[in-house]
Design a protein around this ligand. Structure first.
Ligand code: 0X9
Ligand code: ZN
Length: 308
């Protein structure tokens, strides 16, 4: 848990975590929401205390961008804490007793496997024209697709694909987000790096330039993002930016968080950029990232309860 693991290791560990649920008094499930272009399973781990009927769901995914290795490492550590410390950590117990968690640690397995030999790969691995490969899955979601902060050049790192939801990985996430839809109280799609806690929209809706679009419930998301980022900051004193992604980082369209809010109806849809100054980080950062993220998730859920 304090090292970076392969796709196969992560998938095996998801099963081991599932197996540890019942002895801990939990009820967990591993299921595949679909397959990647190269045929790898997109495995979801559902964590509940067995009494999940009317519980609100929390969705967290990572590794949509292949080179962002800190994201699955941080998420796996959070999953490990929720399950294996359920009976000793009262925070973990509160969380799992209050919500059902849907954890998807590797959205882009083909890309992640490829980063073993090509460390800075970002996209998926589907072959394209001009001898290039890969679609940026965080530009491929079928909401305001292909409009801003994208490229139609298949050789670009921000190539948005041939149509909204063209990629099997995107389709799997879209379908599962829609299936869970209104039951999701919060979704978090993890990226690295940059110390930011962002939310929709990424777009300017037809107005180019820094004329960013704010959602009608912008202040609700900002309230939650502020408390989340403050809790993260208090962990190690690192400053975190917060706000709608168009204003905080740059314009994008077809991102997971915008789709979750715009199509699946998830009100609190967040896109954090974890700690650090590079995609390549020392493994000693994993535990620090976990501590920040865990504090952030706890504060986020308290803030949503307060606001709603
Ligand atoms: O460009 C991206 O996809 C994200 N940055 S990264 O360095 N991890 O690639 C930022 C996405 C911001 N837009 C949305 N969250 N919609
Ligand atoms: Zn990213």
């Amino acid at each position: 848990y304090d090292d970076f693991n392969t796709y196969e290791e992560i998938m095996m560990e998801l099963e081991a975590l599932r197996d540890d649920c019942q002895p801990a008094g939990l009820d967990c499930e591993v299921y595949s929401i679909g397959k990647s272009y190269e045929g790898r399973d997109l495995k979801m781990l559902k964590i509940s205390n067995g009494d999940s009927k009317n519980r609100k769901a929390v969705w967290i995914d990572s590794t949509i961008h292949a080179r962002e290795w800190l994201t699955p490492a941080t998420l796996m550590k959070l999953i490990n804490q929720l399950i294996r410390a359920y009976n000793t950590d009262s925070d973990a117990q509160d969380l799992v007793n209050s919500y059902v968690f849907y954890m998807l640690p590797v959205v882009n397995p083909d890309g992640y496997v490829y980063t073993r030999t090509n460390r800075y790969w970002r996209k998926n691995r589907r072959p394209q024209n001009f001898g290039c490969a890969g679609v940026d899955l965080n530009r491929n979601f079928d909401f305001r697709w292909g409009t801003e902060g994208v490229s139609s050049n298949p050789c670009s790192d921000i190539f948005c694909g041939t149509e909204g939801g063209s990629e099997p990985e995107t389709q799997a996430v879209q379908n599962e987000l829609q299936r869970l839809g209104g039951g999701i109280v919060a979704m978090v799609t993890m990226h690295s790096y940059g110390n930011m806690w962002m939310f929709p929209w990424g777009t300017t809706v037809g107005h180019r330039g820094r004329n960013c679009d704010r959602a009608s419930d912008h202040e609700d998301m900002k309230f939650v993002a502020d408390r989340t980022a403050d809790a993260i900051q208090q962990t190690y004193g690192t400053r975190w930016k917060r706000g709608n992604s168009c204003e905080v980082i740059y314009e994008t369209s077809g991102g997971t968080d915008d789709y979750a809010k715009g199509v699946a109806g998830v009100k609190y849809s967040f896109c954090p950029e974890l700690r650090g100054r590079n995609f390549v980080v020392n493994k000693s950062e994993i535990n620090k990232s976990f501590n920040e993220f865990y504090n952030g998730i706890k504060a986020m859920l308290v803030a949503i309860e307060l606001r709603e």
